[in-house]
Design a protein around this ligand. Structure first.
Ligand code: PLP
Length: 411
């Protein structure tokens, strides 16, 4: 039998899928290695007893809803609940046609791509940004531009200059809170400036609020959607505050666009799983989010405190990292000659894992950067992980030991 040339058969967009980094992250670290890789919620935050009770009740009492197909926009009562929740949290109430249910944040990104992007369309993203979004935009053959960031988030002035000069992306993708991967938050001033600039130039803002509810203590800033419902489409997800095992999220934005996303959903999964939709609604209407979220936030805040203390204690001079005020990530920059991809085998050998920075950029940047997640390890493990990582980096920074030490971590 002739061997099939599978790669030759792939569609152009499938050959363009970029990096295997996301698959590596999802696979998890090898045994014995302390993983600071995925943005996985800590399983301690999963309300297993309650979910067991709610799921059993739904399956027993309402199989014709909870186990059935639903409208692509979602079950009506679930949509109503999501509208109430968005209104309570964001100070603006979506109209009925301004919100639709999605199978999580990632599906919302895909629905936006399907609905808006032709090959060659321009898309602006933060530099760095969420790997899944880069892969989706690249998969739909968009021309990606990275907008630089600093500690106050996306450099909106930089983008504004390009827009004034005629750059016209189809959309600007932004993660305003505790950004993945950098941990940074977009300042209030820049939020207003971004909405105004995009409104002036007729450019859609695609806001991803995946981590917004995971503040370490401060009050969240207004969402871009609440500031500019006419120019912002928001993707929300329950993955980080409920569980990713139930793939549930929402899209909120201008009604014609939201209707188009719901129509596009007929070509993906047709509807989000009904059982998950009703579980989130039951859990939420009973007030469990309000009861559980303070402990979830406190857990991640304590993890960050432990990691940041250990980084300060162990990291060699020349390493810098961001100071998140919520979420699951910090972003570390090493001296420029250290390549974090090349450093990875030495880190694995030392029993610690991180994600190299390069795949989070749409350019060749990020080679000396890395993302550290502090969601999954406990405080003691985070301290140990930082100590191990610091040892590996210190070795890479020392010419003599690097030359003697086998693995060449320099480029
Ligand atoms: C910024 C961002 N958006 C979206 C997602 C995807 O979330 P979901 O599990 O809802 O698909 C993630 C997951 O890590 C994320 O970090």
């Amino acid at each position: 039998m002739t061997a099939m040339e599978w790669h030759e058969m792939l569609a152009r967009r499938a050959r363009n899928r970029g990096d295997a980094e996301l698959a590596t992250i999802l696979a998890g670290p090898p045994p014995g290695v302390l993983g600071m890789t995925g943005g996985f919620p800590n399983p301690a935050t999963f309300a297993t007893d309650l979910l067991e009770e709610i799921a059993a009740r739904l399956v027993r009492d309402e199989p014709s809803v909870a186990l059935q197909y639903t409208a692509s926009e979602g079950i009506a009562s679930v949509r109503e609940y999501l509208i109430d929740r968005v209104a309570a949290q964001q100070g603006r109430r979506p109209e009925w046609g301004e919100l639709t249910v999605t199978s999580g944040g990632m599906e919302c990104i895909d629905l936006v791509c399907r609905s808006l992007l032709d090959p060659g369309d321009a898309v602006a993203v933060e530099a760095p940004t969420y790997l899944g979004a880069i892969m989706a935009f690249a998969g739909y053959e968009a021309e990606l531009t990275g907008v630089p960031m600093d500690e106050r988030g996306m450099d909106v002035g930089w983008l504004e200059e390009r827009l004034d000069a005629g750059y016209r992306p189809k959309l600007v993708y932004v993660i305003p809170e505790y950004q993945n991967p950098s941990g940074r938050t977009l300042s209030l001033e820049r939020r207003h400036a971004l909405v105004e600039a995009c409104r002036r130039h007729g450019v859609l803002i695609f806001e991803d609020v995946a981590y917004r509810e995971l503040s370490f203590g401060g009050d969240p800033l207004p969402t871009l959607w609440s500031l500019g419902p006419d120019v912002v489409l928001q993707a929300g997800t329950f993955s980080k505050v409920f569980c990713p095992g139930v793939r549930l999220g929402w899209a909120a934005g201008p009604a014609p666009l939201v209707a188009q996303l719901a129509a596009a959903k007929q070509n993906t999964d047709q509807c989000a799983g009904a059982l998950g939709q009703r579980m989130v609604e039951e859990y939420g209407r009973a007030g469990h989010f309000e009861r559980a979220l303070p402990a979830t936030r406190a857990l991640y805040a304590a993890h960050w405190t432990a990691l940041s203390r250990a980084l300060r204690e162990h990291m060699p001079p020349g390493c810098e990292w961001s100071e998140p005020t919520g979420g699951m990530f910090t972003w570390m920059r090493l001296p420029e000659h250290v390549d974090t991809r090349a450093l990875r085998p030495a880190a694995t050998a030392a029993g610690v894992a991180y994600v190299p920075g390069r795949p989070f950029y749409v350019t060749e940047d990020g080679a000396h950067e890395m993302r550290l997640s502090f969601s999954s390890l406990d405080e003691g493990q985070l301290a140990e992980a930082a100590r191990r990582l610091a040892g590996v980096i210190a070795e890479a920074l020392e010419p003599a030991s690097s030359a003697a030490g086998g693995a060449d971590v320099r480029l």
